[in-house]
Design a protein around this ligand. Structure first.
Ligand code: PA5
Ligand code: NI
Length: 215
């Protein structure tokens, strides 16, 4: 492991050049407990189980003082009416933060904390989102045909707590409502809301930030 400064480039082919990288691929089948419309999800899995997202990062020792950085590449797509999204997680060490810098595509970062607050921030090229300590975070690709690509950095000792989100979900879900991204409640009735919106025609227009309810 390198113990002195290093630099790297993000190539147009989406690899981190000059450094060793680690790649994680998440298919729709890896997101079984995350999307509301389980019927659409299972039929997508049968039809080829597409890749939902990839994460490339630079491994570093998972200790205080180190940083982990990399690329998150989230494909466009829908499961029922719900946009492709990452699993989302809290950091196991709740006091750690994260920075996201959007390189391409359009979407949002959905965040919530354990005090009951939630917030979304737009991800468009050039925008940076600071995920404050204690906030769970999930990327959502609301574009119609472009990958949402973000560069992230977080403390290497942060750890990932996936279980909390896997078990209770986020308070909000992001769905395609006639081509417009809309936030709906992620509670008990979310499956019926999401199912009701299935089959709504898509739109080729990039969503406007103002079309998203933000808090
Ligand atoms: O650490 C992060 O927040 C990112 O690198 C994410 O891991 C990445 O975007 C994939 O999301 P998730 O880890 O929730 O599957
Ligand atoms: Ni994180």
């Amino acid at each position: 492991m390198v113990e002195h400064p290093f630099s790297f480039a993000i190539s147009p082919a989406l690899t981190l050049t000059d450094v060793a990288e680690r790649k994680i691929i998440r298919r729709v089948s890896d997101l079984r407990r995350y999307f509301a419309d389980t019927e659409s999800l299972e039929s997508m899995i049968k039809d080829g189980d597409p890749v939902a997202y990839e994460v490339l990062d630079i491994p570093r020792p998972e200790r205080e003082g180190e940083l982990i950085s990399g690329l998150s590449i989230l494909y466009p797509g829908l499961v029922g009416a719900e946009y492709f999204m990452t699993k989302g997680h809290f950091h196991a060490v709740r006091g750690t933060s994260e920075l996201y810098y959007c390189l391409a595509g359009s979407g949002l970062l959905l965040m919530e904390n354990e005090q009951g607050e939630w917030k979304t921030e737009a991800l468009t090229p050039g925008r940076v989102v600071y995920v404050a300590p204690g906030w769970a975070h999930r990327s959502v690709n609301t574009g119609t045909d472009e990958r949402l690509i973000t560069f992230f950095v977080y403390p290497a000792n942060a750890g990932h707590d996936y279980l909390t989100i896997e078990q209770r979900g986020f308070r909000k879900r992001v769905v395609n409502d006639n081509g417009t991204p809309r936030l709906v409640d992620g509670g008990a009735d979310s499956q019926s809301v999401v199912s009701r919106l299935v089959g709504t025609p898509g739109s080729n227009q990039a969503p406007e930030k103002s079309e998203l309810k933000t808090q």
